[in-house]
Design a protein around this ligand. Structure first.
Ligand code: ADP
Ligand code: MG
Length: 327
């Protein structure tokens, strides 16, 4: 419920669009992947927009049946049980990308950390921090690489895949593709922490608000975007408390424990939705120094806004001028 409320706050209230337009807008929302999704479609007649919205919802459900860790019958859940399988194209190509980002981020982002997310169960009723021995065992099961070849995956003993850190980035990409193929002039898709923006001629400037992690009912600022995907990950989104301590749902796959760096929330923009989603999670794990070093050393194209525990904000150079802090 808390999560539902925060998502609503983050994206119903904080999304603000550029200049006011006379264009007709249709909005739709639906629940999937354990969160609410909101879509705004411009420049279509009501029946056309309704048809597009149903198509987007159907695609979301189809992808949930591929990537969900919790739906017993999803393709990912079956792979986790069966250990070896020939995969569908969307799952295989997303796992290839995610595995590559795991290597590039030196393990800060890891699609193979399912044994750890299951063990910790952050956000579950009756949360209790696990014992050291259990953490060590889940860490050992999560650390090896996944074997991907010829469209198949095979998991080493004890490993579980968790697509929670990248599935909504893939979803955002797929839905923007569908929007692009329609007659819609402009759209904003807000998919549980991942926003995709689209305008037919690519010239519209969207203002996308970013939640203040220190006061989640407020906007910390907004980014001006013409295309691509913005993903925001932060401790404030989902956490558990025990004995006066907070435990984040973002885990450090290198220690097996909840992330505890100086980055409390990271917003990442990229033309690659999966990359934006994965890096926003990775930067919360890495902390400021490692995240900015990654930015200067990689060939990947993205921009990041890092919200730090001391209340300040660090930006990658390419976003200076696009990020406007709320006074
Ligand atoms: P959201 O919950 O909004 O999707 P994220 O994109 O940050 O937030 O993804 C967090 C989810 O990803 C967790 O709930 C968990 O399932 C998984 N996860 C947690 N830590 C990591 C990590 N270091 N690398 C990859 N996935 C992670
Ligand atoms: Mg993420």
């Amino acid at each position: 419920m808390k999560r539902f409320f925060l998502v609503l706050l983050s994206f119903f209230l904080l999304l603000s669009f550029g200049s006011c337009s006379q264009e007709r807008v249709c909005r739709g929302d639906f629940f999937a992947f354990d969160t609410y999704h909101t879509v705004s479609i411009y420049g279509m007649s009501e029946p056309e927009a309704d048809a597009l919205l149903s198509d987007l919802e159907a695609e979301t459900r189809a992808l949930e049946n591929v990537f969900s860790f919790y739906l017993d019958d999803s393709e990912l859940a079956r792979l986790n049980r069966e250990r070896k399988a020939l995969l569908s194209d969307p799952l295989y190509s997303a796992l290839l990308s995610a595995a590559k980002i795991k290597t590039e981020t030196n393990g800060a982002f890891s699609p193979t950390l399912g044994a750890l997310t299951s063990l910790w169960g952050v956000g579950r009723e009756g949360f209790l921090p696990p014992a050291e021995k259990e953490i060590a065992a889940a860490l050992a099961a999560s650390s090896p690489d996944l074997t991907l070849s010829g469209g198949s995956a095979s998991l080493p003993e004890g490993m579980l895949l968790d697509a929670g850190g990248f599935a909504k980035g893939v979803l955002a990409e797929r839905l923007v593709e569908k929007v692009r193929a329609s007659s819609c002039s402009r759209a904003v898709l807000s998919l549980g922490g991942n926003v995709g923006v689209y305008s037919a001629d690519g010239s519209y400037e969207f203002r996308i608000g970013i939640t203040d992690p220190h006061a989640p009912e407020k906007t910390a600022g907004y980014l001006l975007l013409r295309s691509g995907f913005l993903s925001v990950s932060g401790h404030y989104e989902r956490y558990s408390e025990y004995a006066g301590q907070r435990y984040s749902h973002i885990l450090d796959p290198r220690t097996g424990r909840p992330a505890d760096s100086d980055v409390v929330s990271a917003a990442v923009w990229s033309e690659d939705g999966l990359l934006a989603d994965a890096l926003s999670t990775a930067f919360v794990v890495m902390g400021r120094e490692e995240a900015l070093a990654f930015f200067s050393e990689t060939d990947r194209e993205f921009g990041a806004v890092l919200f730090l525990s001391d209340g300040t904000v660090a930006l990658t150079d390419n976003l200076k001028g696009s990020f406007v802090e709320t006074p």
